[in-house]
Design a protein around this ligand. Structure first.
Ligand code: UGA
Length: 415
């Protein structure tokens, strides 16, 4: 099929290369010229397992011109949805994309399907995107189709996840557009769910907020276990064998970060409040997550006077396998340490450069040098941290690095 993708950031780029690999003709439309140049020279602007290799294998067009849509059978909207203070989303990029598509629809005679991939609050496609597209004078369901088909890709494993989905959710305004997407996704061995537009939008938010809830839940159990002298990880293992509970996402620690879970939680809270419903559980999930990162610093204070001390940080990325520091728990931890008058040395195998943009005052060193600090905080569970020599050190562990238990002072956040 001939496909255009608006937005060559994370989701757009991954979908683009994967669909190109599957034999489709793909054009990316991206307004950030630096990203355009990087992709044209076969470099991705983000770290993602297997992405550079795939970029070099496939033929993919990228530029800033919406004209690409003229020949497309499918147009994916993958632009960013940043949030306001209250968690509600800034619709500017989505609205702008819809208006630009609408201008091309005005002069396009063949039917095409516009697919919303960006994560938006339930109701956005029907209430905002479709009316903007119809400004073209063309009619949805007749001249063009609209689908919502959320992505469930994990950063770091996004290509694998795209190729091996657990499920594919396709919501279509009209049956014809659903049929087009079913054909496009037909080769994947996964159940395809057909829903209404706002149900699909809600499935995405409910999935991410459930994962967030599962993490805050196990962190709460972990906080209780610590008080009672019980190992949370043994408890989680005992729970996980129950098929109704499942063993995944039961790793207690300093909480969840990244560009999705915290944002989607805020988005659903804001959407619920707009609908006059106070989502008590979700609000507590978010509060506990904020407190959990600070708890690491509180534990540290039991062992070190922070003013004038040098604290080493192992891990800055929001999780291993990525260079992404968006909403990383390391941000809260480092901010807090600096406020308390500590000096900070840090190491991360991939995310140092990105973190430096936020905290130039931190000293970025190698991992052995981080160990030469008054105390060490483990913030991301990179596998390589299991191969360091912690003897004689003070370590407060936010991510369960077993080797760190050899330290002369060792404390885990929930164990
Ligand atoms: C998340 C979802 O997992 C994806 O399904 C979804 O597609 C994506 O958001 C998105 O909306 O685009 P991602 O943000 O890449 O993916 O990260 P996760 O692997 O979900 O991890 C999120 C955070 O939870 C990390 O900070 C991680 O350290 C933390 N976490 C995860 C825990 O603290 N404990 C766990 O047991 C699992």
């Amino acid at each position: 099929m001939i496909i255009s993708i608006i937005g060559a950031s994370y989701v757009g780029l991954i979908i683009g290369v994967c669909l190109a690999k599957a034999g489709n003709e793909v054009a990316l439309i991206e307004l950030d010229l630096q990203k355009v140049d990087a992709i044209n020279s076969k470099r991705s602007s983000i770290y993602e397992e297997g992405l550079d290799e795939l970029l070099n294998k496939v033929r993919i067009k990228v530029n800033s011109d919406y004209k690409e849509i003229e020949n497309s059978e499918v147009v994916f909207v993958c632009v960013g949805t940043p949030s306001n203070e209250d968690g509600s989303i800034v619709l500017e990029q989505i609205e702008n994309a819809a208006e630009q598509i609408s201008k091309v629809l005005e002069r396009k005679d063949e039917y095409c399907v516009v697919v919303v991939k960006s994560t938006v609050p339930p109701g956005t496609t029907e209430d905002i995107i479709i009316p903007l597209l119809q400004k073209s004078g063309k009619k949805v369901g007749e001249d063009f189709g609209v689908c919502v088909s959320p992505e469930f890709l994990r950063e770091g494993k996004a290509i694998y996840d795209f190729m091996h989905p657990d499920r594919i959710v396709i919501a279509g305004y009209d049956q014809r557009s659903i049929d087009v997407l079913v054909t496009l996704y037909g080769d994947f061995n996964a159940p395809i769910l057909q829903t209404s537009l706002k149900t699909a939008e809600m499935i995405k938010l409910a999935s991410n907020t459930f994962l967030a809830t599962k993490i805050s839940f196990i962190n709460e159990i972990g906080n209780i276990c610590k008080q009672l002298g019980i190992d949370t990880y043994e408890v989680a293992r005992g729970m996980g064998f129950d098929g109704r509970i499942g063993s995944k996402f039961l790793n207690a620690g300093i909480g969840f970060g990244g560009s999705c879970l915290p944002k989607d939680l805020g988005m659903l809270i804001a959407r619920a409040r707009k609908a006059d419903y106070e989502p008590g559980i979700l609000v507590e999930v978010s509060k506990l997550n904020e407190k959990q990162a600070l708890k690491l610093v509180e534990l540290l204070k039991k062992h070190v006077v922070l003013k004038g001390a040098t604290i080493g940080i192992l891990g800055l990325a929001f999780k291993p396998g990525t260079d992404d520091v968006r909403d990383s728990r390391a941000i809260t931890v480092v901010q807090n340490l600096l406020q308390e008058g500590a000096m900070v040395k840090a190491y991360d195998p991939l995310a140092g450069e990105n973190f430096k943009k936020l905290f130039p005052q931190v000293e970025y060193v190698n991992k052995e040098e981080v160990l030469n600090s008054d105390a060490i905080l483990i913030v991301t569970e990179w596998e390589e941290f299991n191969h360091l020599d912690y003897h004689g050190k003070k370590v407060i562990d936010g991510r369960r690095i077993l080797k760190a238990r050899e330290a002369s002072v060792y404390e885990g956040i929930c164990w």
